[in-house]
Design a protein. Structure first.
Length: 98
């Protein structure tokens, strides 16, 4: 099976920002502040990654990007993290009968 998705940094899509890393500041044993290009070059965005966030990026995301973990289809390409399992239902107002 061939999986060849398109990747683009579309700053015109409201929920996508350009993640080009401009600056990072590491706090040993805690995490890192990463300044990315953001919505446009005039307003960079600072993202605070704790150690758990960085472990997810290094252990699950990067190996799928660089080919160490095979991505054969869309299901291989994305995962909901532990934090996502906790936060997404609240953000999406799921599980709250009306």
């Amino acid at each position: 099976m061939s999986f060849d998705p398109v990747f683009e940094k579309n700053v015109h899509q409201k929920n996508v920002i350009d993640g080009t890393v401009l600056i990072f500041e590491v706090v040993p044993g805690k995490g890192a502040y990463v300044t990315v290009k953001g919505r446009d070059a005039k307003r960079p965005t600072i993202i605070a990654f704790d150690q758990t966030d960085l472990e997810v990026l290094a252990g699950a995301v990067l190996p799928r990007v660089d080919g160490r973990i095979l991505v054969a289809d869309k299901e291989d390409a994305s995962r909901v993290t532990r934090a996502g399992v906790e936060v997404l239902p609240k953000l999406l107002d799921l599980g709250n009968p009306k």
